[in-house]
Design a protein around this ligand. Structure first.
Ligand code: GDP
Ligand code: ZN
Length: 304
């Protein structure tokens, strides 16, 4: 990966041909033409040292969410997919025990965005110093039992920070989560050089009219990159069909094939094996509740 440092940082613009190019990818309408953090591009070097991006190479992976409304594209904003960053190895969802209070529904929404993007998704549970011992054991065990790696940590006591750091060495990872959970504090704690490096990071300020976020890629070590995103209040998964949603809840997957109807949405249909597993407490009722809530929003999208 090309990693610009202080002296080899090339400011690029996009060739004029990249304009509102909307493409259908895997049934999703994607804004394909806007370069995002993590993209590998071919560019032409101008005499003045600036560059012009000619092509954006195929993305091995990307994280996306539902784009904000876009005027004048001829397509209703809600149906557009906004790519946040590409070519990622892992996604870290950061939440806090308190301040803001832990909300499993919010966490589950972030997780399904990671699952539907096919990214290895991990959970960071920050601010463990604010809780009474063992208070979150059940929650941590639940997500571990589903298969998620969970990093309980605190920037106040230092708990879990080494484990967290070791897990992202040599990778490109994106850190994401609701605002105020301590994402900046964690990144500064695990990468003390980060603040110093903010001058020479490979930062791309997406100011296109399609983009309302600023995403930064930090080069924090050998082959180690961290993509930082602004905190978001709530995340809207994009382009998930109601019959596919269950596949993004890893613990549902083994039951889905046993449902009586292959179009089962696991919303109390007769013969639903997922619902049976909830009744038998094999699947957590809280997770199933999250599922139903998200299912309700995907249904709205379908009618649209
Ligand atoms: P961000 O919006 O996720 O980037 O959050 P910040 O890093 O700006 O932190 C938000 C607030 O949480 C600040 O007041 C931090 O001092 C505080 N904070 C961050 N980490 C911890 C932690 O582990 N424990 C406690 N008690 N507070 C923390
Ligand atoms: Zn079912």
């Amino acid at each position: 990966m090309y990693a610009p440092d202080k002296d080899s940082y090339i400011r690029c613009s996009l060739r004029g041909k990249f304009k509102n190019d909307l493409k259908l990818k895997k049934d999703k309408l994607v804004l394909t033409d806007i370069a995002v953090v993590g993209d590998r591009v071919d560019f032409q070097l101008n005499d003045d040292g600036s560059g012009v991006i000619e092509t954006i190479q195929e993305r091995a992976s990307f994280l996306s969410r539902k784009a904000p409304k876009i005027k004048g594209t001829g397509v209703k904003g809600e149906r557009l997919e906004q790519v946040i960053a590409s070519n990622l190895d892992a996604l870290y969802i950061i939440v806090s025990t308190d301040q803001p209070a832990f909300n499993n529904k919010t966490l589950d929404r972030f997780l399904i965005v990671g699952e539907s993007s096919g990214l290895q998704t991990k959970i960071v549970l920050n601010k463990t110093d604010l809780i009474i011992a063992d208070e979150f054991d059940e929650i941590i065990e639940l997500y571990q039992s589903i298969g998620y790696e969970v990093f309980p940590c605190s920037t106040k006591t230092g708990q879990g920070l080494n484990e967290l750091k070791n897990s992202f060495l040599g990778k490109t990872s994106l850190f994401w989560g609701p605002s105020g959970v301590g994402k900046s504090s964690i990144l500064t704690a695990v990468c003390p050089s980060l603040e110093l490096e903010t001058g020479d990071i490979s930062s791309f300020h997406n100011k296109g009219k399609h983009t309302t976020v600023t995403v930064w890629m930090h080069h924090v070590g050998e082959n180690t990159f961290i993509v930082d995103t602004p905190g978001v209040r709530e995340i809207e998964p994009y382009g998930i069909k109601k019959e596919d949603l269950g596949h993004y809840f890893p613990e549902f997957v083994q039951f889905i094939n046993e449902c009586r109807y292959n179009t089962c949405t696991h919303d109390h249909e007769p013969g639903c094996a997922v619902f049976k597993a909830v009744e038998e407490e094999i699947i957590s009722g809280e997770r199933y509740d999250s599922y139903l809530r998200i299912l309700a929003t995907t249904e709205k999208e379908e009618r649209f």
